[in-house]
Ligand binder design. Structure first.
Ligand code: MF3
Ligand code: CO
Ligand code: CO
Length: 256
């Protein structure tokens, strides 16, 4: 069952999502060569608590930290670690989920650390474009499959692959609700999109193969071939005439 949020619930979704977005704005200046992913985790943790919320990943099915930090060939669910020091040329995805007044807001961004190669910069740009065009499909009467169809088309055009092992999801009172938002697919397939639905779009795009593997820690998801992967994520509300991006950051006002 796909939950339809009431006016009141939408207001609460707006609040938690705004906090998730502002956590990414807050952390941005700290994402520099020399910082550890554990330090970034602690800063996000403190910021979220200071704003009266709880970091949803912490203890979620045993996840040990407050945000996910996924660097280079890590696709998603990387665990912050005091031994992981950011290097010039890295890319780092920070995935923030907040739990505020009983609702979750979920968003992530891939940051460039210092001077990143042109090849990888292009991967990050195209991944953002995939998310943006996926979001642009969202309006009443469209289908969930329309989102994956456009993402797949853009990624494949550039010779990239789309991760299929992990997907976007409904969000609200639960961290992960129906529907599954797969980032590949066929136009016109999947559930019909209706006003009041809230779900994430979070494509993971790879330079090499689409296949993934999970480290022995049970969480860290890597590319099978060691080539790098990028991701962006927003929480989206379906409105009467289109959509609202609940986790939009100030820096993005120009791009959307
Ligand atoms: N935030 C991730 C998502 O976009 C889920 C992380 S689950 C965790 O769905 F346990 F790893 F935190
Ligand atoms: Co998500
Ligand atoms: Co997320």
């Amino acid at each position: 069952m796909i939950s339809i949020k009431s006016k009141r619930e939408i207001e609460l979704m707006r609040e938690t999502s705004r906090l998730a977005a502002s956590t990414l704005e807050y952390i941005e200046p700290f994402v520099k060569p020399g910082v550890t992913t554990e330090e970034l985790n602690q800063l996000c943790h403190d910021y979220i608590l200071k704003h009266g919320a709880y970091p949803s990943p912490l203890n979620y099915h045993g996840f040990p930290k407050s945000v996910c930090t996924s660097r280079n060939d890590v696709i998603c669910h990387g665990i912050p670690n005091q031994k992981e020091v950011l290097q010039d040329g890295d890319i780092l995805n920070i995935d923030v989920t907040t739990y505020l007044n009983k609702f979750h807001g979920d968003t992530n961004k891939t940051f460039l650390v210092g001077n990143v190669s042109d090849e990888v910069k292009k991967l990050v740009d195209v991944t953002y474009q995939c998310m943006r065009e996926g979001i642009n499909q969202v309006r009443p009467g469209a289908h969930i499959g329309d989102i994956g169809a456009i993402i797949q088309e853009i990624a494949h055009d550039q010779g990239y692959t789309v991760v299929e092992d992990y997907c976007g999801h409904g969000i609200g009172r639960e961290f992960h609700e129906e529907p599954q938002v797969v980032h590949v697919g066929k136009r016109g397939t999947g559930p019909e999109i209706k006003p009041g639905m809230t779900f994430t779009i979070e494509p993971m795009i790879n330079l090499g193969v689409k296949q993934s593997k999970v480290l022995k820690d049970g969480w860290t998801v890597l590319t099978r071939d060691g080539k790098w992967s990028a991701q962006f994520e927003h929480t989206i509300l379906v409105t009467e005439d289109g959509h609202e991006i609940l986790t939009l950051r100030k820096e993005e006002n120009a791009t959307f």
